[in-house]
Design a protein around this ligand. Structure first.
Ligand code: G
Ligand code: G
Ligand code: MN
Ligand code: NA
Length: 254
């Protein structure tokens, strides 16, 4: 069976799970949130990487159904953790460009928030530059409508688009997420260090939060601390964890 057909079946059979990767305040190591990352546990193949199936799901449009499942599942989990009295945290969910093209995306997200009772201000939506650039006034309106529902908005993979930065002041964005490509070769690569430092300074000047992803080494962390980067996510702190592992290892009773 081709991956496309297996994806279809996997959606019906609930073969997807979410893993959660914690995000920490760089200054004081406080847990500030997590990113929900989808995993496919295929009965035949075991774990299939999202690097393999997300591009196919985007091509076929199946990402719309999968993305909605991810959002609902993350909200259900977040509500469970809140109800269990665990320290409240923001859950970031990746949106695909295909989802942004859905005519009724805003209503669908509103419905998920209502049904799951997950407080909207604990939800963060990660979008990429390429998804919103070139969308003109329609994209500006869409982001304002999303924002009006209550979630925070983050620009994922920031710095990899070749877009004009002018959109930063037109869109109601809360956070820039420095692409891990700029973090990977710190402190060896002078250019990457300049780019990361520039993004951090720009975020500060625009009153946006800034998070670095893919932080794997103490040297990278030291650099990000020196630059006053607000938050960090990466293997240095934790890999993405199952909900059970996440609750046990990361969440604490206040
Ligand atoms: O989780 P991992 O680090 O393997 O992710 C690989 C790629 O898949 C990344 O680009 C990540 O953004 C993407 N990805 C993971 N989970 C989701 C999801 O729920 N929705 C979308 N659209 N992309 C996801
Ligand atoms: O595209 P997006 O930023 O949503 O994807 C995040 C991806 O980065 C996921 O595939 C996640 O598993 C991966 N990731 C998370 N932390 C690290 C890290 O420290 N190093 C590397 N190489 N990848 C990471
Ligand atoms: Mn992401
Ligand atoms: Na990213």
């Amino acid at each position: 069976l081709a991956l496309e057909a297996r994806l279809h079946r996997a959606l019906a059979n609930e073969e997807f799970v979410l893993h959660y990767q914690p995000q920490f305040d760089t200054k004081n190591n406080a847990l500030i949130g997590c990113e929900a990352l989808v995993r496919w546990q295929s009965p035949e193949e075991g774990m299939i990487s999202p690097l393999r199936f997300i591009p196919i799901a985007e091509e076929t449009g199946q990402i719309v159904v999968l993305g909605e499942w991810v959002l609902r599942t993350a909200c259900i989990q977040g509500k469970r953790w809140l109800d269990a009295g665990l320290s409240p945290l923001t859950i970031a969910v990746n949106l695909s460009g295909r989802q942004l093209q859905q005519r009724d995306l805003v209503q669908r997200i509103a419905l998920i928030l209502k049904e799951t009772q997950f407080p909207a201000h604990y939800l963060k939506l990660e979008l990429t530059e390429s998804m919103i650039m070139g969308g003109g006034e329609q994209a500006v309106e869409l982001l304002h409508a999303l924002k009006a529902l209550g979630p925070r908005l983050s620009i994922d993979d920031f710095g990899t688009g070749y877009s004009s930065l002018a959109y930063l002041k037109r869109f109601p964005i809360d956070e820039l997420k420095i692409d891990q490509g700029f973090v990977r070769d710190i402190p060896g690569d002078q250019n990457d260090m300049e780019i990361a430092a520039t993004i951090i300074a720009m975020a500060r000047n625009l009153h946006l939060k800034v998070i670095a992803e893919g932080v794997e080494t103490q040297a990278q962390l030291d650099f990000l601390i020196r630059q006053d980067c607000y938050a960090c996510q990466g293997y240095l702190f934790s890999r993405p964890l199952s909900a059970t592992e996440f609750a046990r290892a990361i969440l604490k009773k206040p």
